[in-house]
Design a protein around this ligand. Sequence first.
Ligand code: DGY
Length: 323
Amino acid sequence: MAKPKVLVTRRWPAAVEAQLSEAFDAVLNTGDKPLTEDELRAAMTSYDAVLPTVTDKISAKAFDMAKPQARILANYGVGYSHIDMHGAAGHGMTVTNTPDVLSECTADIAMTLLLMVARRAGEGERELRAGEWTGWRPTHLVGTKVSGKTLGIVGFGRIGQEMARRAHHGFGMKIVVQNRSRVSPDILARYNATQADSLEELMPQCDFVSLHCPGGAANRHLINTRMLNLMKPDAFLINTARGEVIDELALSRALWFETIGGAGLDVFDGEPRINPDLLDCENLVMLPHLGSATREAREAMGFRVLDNLTDFFAGREPRDRVM
Ligand code: DGY
């Protein structure tokens, strides 16, 4: 029997590409050039599976076709707000993602940003590299202590819980969470956490707020001027979720006028384009979407896609089916 034809939209770790090529009739993107929307639509008409990732915007328009050949979009990544789920549903397509395997590494990056912005590490590094460091002094780049402070976690799924583990057990932080549904008392008890009923209730209590909710239309600009105004004037905002969750114009104003203490961002609205207003904010640390960027996580994500595809084409339920 012919092997299913699968298209991988970006370069993946070599070990995963090798196994994919063995198991499937796989076309790899050796040039690692992102596909256009037209190319993605064409791919869905000529491959049995398309393996997209966060850089592939598969909007409603991309699904505008009579009948796709592809029956599954096996996404490389946990977030899938770049895929129009109505469009996929309209063609009865299966969509899978890669949860769990990147939770620890993404929480590590959230903690990295939190520490960097609180301790002014970005400013310090820029100063040093610019040859402007004049030496130790008691008042130089004085930051904010992290240990023992209150951390608000918005979205208490797997990554949010890993963040809570690090912050509570590593830094003795008090944890307050906000989540769409009620979190079970057992889970809250692991981090001695409390659940706020709303974002309005959470924001004013926190010294740090870290976002771990899904992106997409439902959470677009969840953090807007009104929410930023509810934060303590010296509090810090961390985002490793999706760029669209924050209204970046509102954030740049809050940073510029110092109505909050600072922010750490790993994701951006419309990335890799960066809103120029953000670039001038000294009290902002930015990373280029590195949340899952470890050898271990990126390989595990690839193998998780492979498992999902193997199950799907063998007629079994893929473990990470989201639609
Ligand atoms: C994810 O998994 O959603 C990351 O943001 C990109 O892989």
